[in-house]
Design a protein around this ligand. Structure first.
Ligand code: SAM
Length: 192
């Protein structure tokens, strides 16, 4: 049974989402392929994988695909603005697009979702990975904002899956004013 929340890694989360939403033989564009963690528990041979990333010279805001040519698109941009409490390994991702604030994050997601709406076929599926964050002591509910972007750009929200990490989030200070976030989201939309 596929549940709305799981404990594990991105590989577990994406495997669950594929079982429900991706037919074998689909053309899948992973436009933020990175190290390919999403694919660790998926049989790549069963799909036509188009793996790109800024690091391979393809910006997801201007994809080299025809209109309405893709069945499924995976979007996993940098999800946190750069900050002192952010792990170095995560920060490496940020440098690619010069992200300084939460607004930069939202703009990046917006541009990616808009481009997805161009290249996806009708009823095509977008899977968007994100995590909420705190900026200057303010809660930034990224998953809500991205959900609204999906609505605005013509996607039907099909699912919201939650991943809880096994390890504790990195921290700089011992004190805390709000709950530290150890969960992230996968929003799944269908193009109308
Ligand atoms: C959170 S990581 C993605 C991790 C990936 N899903 C994996 O399984 O390894 C964010 C990725 O977004 C890429 N990126 C950032 N801005 C981008 C852009 N404008 N176009 C394409 N890729 C971008 C970075 O190079 C980085 O690989």
């Amino acid at each position: 049974m596929i549940l709305s929340a799981c404990i594990g890694t991105n590989a577990d989360l994406i495997k669950n989402a594929f079982e429900l939403y991706v037919k074998k033989g689909s053309t899948v564009a992973d436009v933020t392929f990175g190290k390919g963690v999403f694919w660790q528990k998926i049989n790549k041979e069963a799909f036509k994988l188009l793996a790109t990333d800024l690091q391979t010279g393809v910006d997801f805001r201007t994809l080299p695909y025809d209109d309405k040519s893709i069945d499924v698109l995976l979007l996993d941009p940098p999800y946190m603005h750069g900050g002192a409490t952010v792990k170095q390994s995560i920060k490496k991702c940020y440098k690619n697009s010069g992200i300084g604030s939460h607004f930069d994050i939202v703009r990046l997601y917006a541009a990616g979702i808009l481009e997805a709406a161009r290249v996806l076929k009708k009823k095509g599926i977008i899977m968007v990975k994100c995590q909420d964050e705190i900026e200057s002591a303010k809660q930034r509910w990224s998953h809500e904002e991205i959900g609204q972007l999906l609505d605005l750009f013509g996607f039907l929200r099909k699912d919201l899956m939650i991943l809880m990490q096994k390890t504790e989030p990195a921290r700089r200070f011992d004190y805390q004013n709000t709950a530290r976030k150890n969960h992230s989201y996968l929003l799944i939309g269908e193009l109308r």
